[in-house]
Design a protein around this ligand. Structure first.
Ligand code: HEC
Length: 194
């Protein structure tokens, strides 16, 4: 009986030793930091990030609640099913994390010599680039404001609270506007509809 026990113990030890040794050899073969590929590589331009990530995602949040007057009467649209709320959760998290993408350094404003402006009071890419350098702190604060606004949307989604979703959605819109009015069309007097 005793013999059996000690046999088991030595088996357990025998199994443990390679595990410990395995850990050691793993750390010894870790790739030195200098040889790692760069952790952050901005690929999309700001314009692409806005057009393909931020704007359509925010639209999906804003369009989740709507009231439309039709011939048959007023049609109210609100998130109802688990899938509806799960989609809103996905959108909120996409926006929260997009705020981090906004502050990665070295991201171009546009691809090549693309245009950022159709309206006279919209800045050109090179002017935005200059502002980004001069007012980096302000830009980062705006991105943080945007992140906090998106986090509040997520809280409303998790509470499944339609009223709060509308309120936090409006605050999110303000956060977009704060950054745009300083970095995209700073000369403009009136808030501009997107
Ligand atoms: C921290 C700054 C910042 C925040 C926050 C921000 N944007 Fe932008 N956005 C910019 C800048 C700078 C431009 C101008 C350069 C460009 O055209 O992409 C821009 C441009 C845009 C454009 C025009 C893209 C095009 O085709 O040229 C849209 C649409 C847009 N933003 C939507 C949004 C929406 C919606 C939000 C909020 C949910 C938002 N942005 C939040 C900085 C920001």
């Amino acid at each position: 009986m005793n013999n059996k026990k000690s046999n088991r113990l030595s088996w357990a030890l025998a199994l443990l030793i390679p595990v410990v040794a395995g850990c050691e050899s793993q750390s010894a073969t870790q790739v030195p930091a200098a040889q790692l590929p760069p952790a952050q590589v901005p690929t999309a331009s700001y314009q692409e990030l806005m057009k393909y990530v931020v704007d359509p995602t925010a639209d999906d949040i804003w369009n989740a609640v709507s009231t439309t007057a039709t011939k048959k009467g007023v049609v109210e649209k609100v998130p109802k099913t688990d899938e509806d709320w799960e989609a809103l959760r996905r959108h909120s998290i996409t926006l929260i994390e997009a705020s981090n993408l906004l502050v990665i350094e070295g991201r171009p404003i546009v691809v090549g010599d693309g245009k950022t402006s159709e309206m006279p009071d919209e800045l050109h890419a090179d002017e935005i680039q200059k502002l980004f350098i001069e007012k980096r702190q302000q830009f980062v604060s705006n991105a943080a404001l945007f992140r906090d606004a998106a986090k509040k949307v997520l809280e409303a989604v998790d509470a499944r609270d339609v009223k709060r979703l509308e309120q936090t959605g409006a605050a999110l819109d303000q956060a977009c506007e704060t950054c745009h009015s300083q970095f995209w069309y700073p000369g403009q007097k009136l808030p501009k509809a997107l």
